[in-house]
Design a protein around this ligand. Structure first.
Ligand SMILES: NC(=O)c1ccc[n+]([C@@H]2O[C@H](COP(=O)([O-])OP(=O)(O)OC[C@H]3O[C@@H](n4cnc5c(N)ncnc54)[C@H](OP(=O)(O)O)[C@@H]3O)[C@@H](O)[C@H]2O)c1
Length: 284
């Protein structure tokens, strides 16, 4: 995450020196900046969002989680005293506007936004119901939701000395699982949007990161007990290690996701697409 401005030039200098023969001397002095932030995590009542919230809470941040299920939020905050929660249905534009106003009033020091809330549903494109309800809900939640919430919170984030936006995409942004076409399309769009957002904000004190998970064992669809999914704790541990590097890489990729993330760059896109879609016919 981004450090307050006075600290950054020195760190940048140290980072540059990593590649130099003096790197063994310098790396030990690079500090972490994962403490003292006010962090909002959408979808923080379960899965990846909850585990990230818990790790960041433990490190001494004021963490605020948001979602629809009151019970999931309460379970998480009561297991982590001091963590706060707010109700949010990110599918609804009016709810996002009033939520952002509430965040600004109750947490004026908010400096980290994690756009993590998401839904994933299988779709049969040859047998679509008339209303395309699933496709529309997925776009509203996974794509319009982060776009709307980011826009609503940018004025507040811009007031902070240093701020970070983390958008959660997916390895499936880079190679689609045909069983979940709209989900994969929204994640590809979030990757694209994140790049543009980073470009728009390059002269501000807001850094923009992208968290690109592989298949992780959560209740997102039906992967919680799938042995092919990466265990949630192992995933979060690897992510926290990456977040502690300074400067943090713009794309947070654990080893398990690199096959998907870099399929095109490595010239293996077609084989990866075929392999993924032949192996994953079960809805995961
Ligand atoms: N698990 C994987 O394999 C995987 C892989 C790549 C990317 N991801 C991404 O990681 C993120 C977290 O997913 P997860 O795996 O941790 O699954 P999860 O446990 O189902 O988490 C999704 C969270 O999003 C929240 N959410 C869904 N719709 C919402 C809405 N309309 N308004 C507010 N919150 C909403 C849910 O809370 P409520 O239901 O209480 O609202 C839930 O806490 C998602 O963006 C997902 O696409 C996951």
């Amino acid at each position: 995450m981004r450090l307050p401005w006075p600290v950054r030039p020195a760190l940048f200098f140290m980072h540059e020196m990593r590649a130099s023969p003096l790197s063994f001397v310098v790396e030990e002095f690079i500090p972490m900046n994962l403490t003292g932030n006010t962090i909002l995590i959408t979808g923080g009542g379960s899965g990846i969002g909850r585990r990230l919230a818990e790790e960041l809470h433990r490190l001494g941040n004021q963490v605020v989680i948001a979602g629809r299920r009151k019970q999931a939020l309460e379970d998480t905050t009561s297991a982590n005293p001091g963590m706060k929660s707010l109700a949010l249905d990110i599918e609804t534009p009016a709810a996002i506007r009033s939520f952002a106003a509430q965040v600004a009033a109750e947490f004026p020091s908010l400096n980290v936004l994690v756009n993590n809330a998401g839904i994933m549903r299988p779709e049969k494109l040859l047998a679509q119901p008339d209303g395309l309800a699933d496709a529309e809900a997925i776009v509203a939640t996974n794509l319009l939701g982060p776009i709307r919430l980011t826009a609503a919170l940018l004025p507040l984030l811009q007031k902070q000395a240093a701020a970070t936006i983390i958008n959660v995409s997916s390895g499936l942004a880079f190679v689609p699982l045909a069983l979940t076409p709209t989900y994969c399309a929204t994640k590809a769009a979030i990757h694209s949007y994140t790049q543009s957002l980073r470009y728009h904000l390059k002269a501000t004190s807001i850094e923009v990161l992208e968290l690109i998970p592989p298949y992780v064992a959560t209740h997102l669809m039906s992967g919680a007990n799938d042995p092919r999914a990466m265990p949630l704790d192992a995933y979060i541990a690897e992510v926290m290690g990456i977040l502690k590097t300074q400067p943090t890489p713009p794309e947070i990729c654990v080893e398990n996701v690199k096959g998907l993330r870099f399929a095109a760059e490595s010239g293996k896109y077609d084989a990866t697409f075929q392999g993924l879609n032949a192996a994953r016919t079960d809805g995961n």
